[in-house]
Design a protein around this ligand. Sequence first.
Ligand code: DC
Length: 217
Amino acid sequence: MVIAIDGPAGAGKSTVAKMVASAMGLRYLDTGAMYRCVALLAQRNGLTADDGERAAELARPFEIRFGEGDPQPVFLGKEEVTDLIRSPAISELASALSAHADVRKLMADRQKKMVEVGGVVLEGRDTTTVTAPNAEVKVFLTASMEERAKRRHAELLARGELITYEELMKQIAERDHRDYTREDSPLTKAPGVTVVETYGLTPEEVATKIVELARAR
Ligand code: DC
């Protein structure tokens, strides 16, 4: 069974994907973490948002692996980078670099191999269109921009990161624009997706809906 969860920034994809994976005894593949690893390598080597080709070359020799646990440990080569890849600077750089075709191809090829093994819930902006178009269950999560900003704001405050709601709204609007308009694999509702509107639902309720879809399949 393969379950792919797509949708815009801040729709709650990762929280819900983890819950579904745990409820169904499947692995969880956080595709965004892989783009974040590329951004970390790029940052350490002084690359900028425009250096997609060089970022992909830098990342090619590095294995990106996931461990067990919540938060799920992320390894870049031998180094654990779980927390390092969650900074606001890395979020920005990952978003920009993920628009480059070389970076996308490198990541998507690796992710497709992980999907071929099966038994996985994967989450990210292209999972229903590119990485797992044949998944048994394909879901597109939606929520208003205000709601997504509100959720992200609470998450970041809980982590001790100081950012205003207004600044976050601006970031989410920019990220949406970039994700929906990028030339390579733009965010879109793929044929066969079930659109799940998350307004007024808890993450548990959204996860339950997806588990029900999966059981029905
Ligand atoms: O989901 P996230 O915020 O951890 O993802 C980090 C960045 O990578 C985000 O800006 C979007 C991009 N991304 C992508 O383009 N395709 C994916 N499958 C996953 C993430």
